[in-house]
Design a protein around this ligand. Structure first.
Ligand code: NAD
Ligand code: DAU
Length: 332
């Protein structure tokens, strides 16, 4: 394997993956990214031009996708509409990109016999009660709640069908909530960090009791690379780093690290259908493929992330007012 096609490589996790691949392998990478509001050319800045090329285009463009897939040894598919709140406002781009886009990639991979890794989310499994001792495993039934998570669930099922019916050489991973540098300011952690930098109080949905299972984006990238290199075709792997925290705990840590009183936040209108808790059991990935997270101290990883936003205002400032205008419309 020499040439990788990475869809969505100008987004948060996709760009982290491209940086990770450049640092840890000698592969060359073509990024296919539409540069939607969530994509950012600047997230690929500093990468060697002889190893990383950006093609601006749509994963639902069958001709373009066919040409690119034909010219690469493997595809890692990150491109998606990724934000739950947006999917509640207007589901249509989620259906188009997450379902039709994934279908387009699958058909090209089938035609050319190309290895595919499909990047998905733990949200396909729905949510857990706060006191449920179970965590999600590869056997948990699908039960998505939002337009976002249902289109991701649909895309996973398409991949599984292409594996079974057409013998496509594909793997799937379902990961929990990522944090780290270059995440769009619409998402929970960057929104609160940049609010605090702007002197605005963080805003928690509902009672702030919802639990997310946080993992650093670099650990996610390492897991995806491991699955690409050593995963068994047709298999699904769950990715998680035992990072369960409720939203209050996260915001209180942000405020404390940033030198503000820990209770300096507001409770606002809840998200409709808001999933209560996600929790990942990543035993299969750890035991079969030997992956383990490196960022095991959430407070340290979060402090580094806060520092990144403090030092890189030029990266996030152009996104901020449009993101907050959307939230004002939604009442959050
Ligand atoms: P993101 O929104 O930051 O990035 C998505 C990227 O896809 C952007 O660069 C955007 O321009 C691009 N894109 C969107 N539509 C496109 C299209 N039609 N054609 C080509 N490019 C298009 O998302 P993210 O948070 O980096 O998530 C990446 C992937 O990881 C998604 O598939 C998501 O479901 C999955 N995931 C995310 C998380 C998380 O915590 N963020 C956790 C688990 C899984
Ligand atoms: O679990 C993986 C998923 O994690 C990914 O598939 C999604 O792409 C990613 O966006 C993320 O989804 P969430 O909906 O969990 O992430 P978000 O950052 O939107 O919200 C995290 C939690 O914080 C959630 O309980 C909602 C809450 N929240 C969010 C925002 C933006 C707030 O309380 N206040 C806010 O302002």
């Amino acid at each position: 394997m020499r040439k990788l096609l990475v869809t969505g490589g100008a987004g948060f996790i996709g760009s982290n993956f491209v940086h990770h691949v450049v640092a840890h392998t000698d592969l060359s990478v073509t990024v296919l990214d539409l540069l939607t509001y969530a994509g950012n050319r600047a997230s690929l800045a500093g990468l060697p031009e002889d190893r990383v090329e950006l093609v601006v285009g749509d994963i639902a463009d069958a001709g373009l996708v066919d040409d690119l897939v034909a010219a690469h040894d493997a595809v890692v598919h990150f491109a998606a509409e990724s934000h739950n709140d947006n999917s509640l406002h207007d589901p249509s781009p989620f259906v188009r990109t997450n379902l039709i886009g994934t279908f387009t990639i699958l058909e090209a991979a089938r035609r050319h016999g190309t290895r595919l890794h499909h990047v998905s989310t733990d949200e396909v499994y729905g949510d857990l009660e706060l006191d449920d001792p179970q965590r999600f495993t590869e056997q948990t039934p699908y039960n998505p709640s939002s337009p976002y998570s249902s289109t991701k669930a649909g895309s996973d099922l398409l991949v599984r069908a292409w594996v079974r019916s057409f013998g496509l050489e594909a793997t799937i991973s379902n990961c929990s909530n990522n944090y780290g540098p270059r995440q769009h300011v619409e998402k929970f952690i960057p929104r609160q960090v940049t609010n605090v930098l702007d002197g605005v109080r963080p805003r928690l949905y509902g009672a702030g009791q919802n639990v997310r299972d946080w993992i650093h984006a670099d650990d996610h990238s390492a897991a995806v690379l491991t699955i690409l290199e050593r995963g068994r075709a047709g298999e699904t792997y769950l990715i998680g780093a035992d990072g369960e925290k409720n939203n209050r705990e996260v915001v209180e840590t942000i405020l404390t690290v940033m030198g503000r009183p820990a209770d300096d936040y507001d409770l606002v209108k809840d998200r409709p259908g808001h999933d209560l808790r996600y929790a990942i059991d990543s035993t299969k990935l750890r035991t079969e493929l030997g992956w383990a997270p490196r960022f095991t101290d959430f407070a340290t990883g979060l402090a580094d992330t806060i520092e990144w936003y403090r030092a890189n205002e030029a990266w996030w400032r152009p996104q901020k007012s449009a993101a907050e205008a959307k939230y004002a419309e939604l009442g959050h």
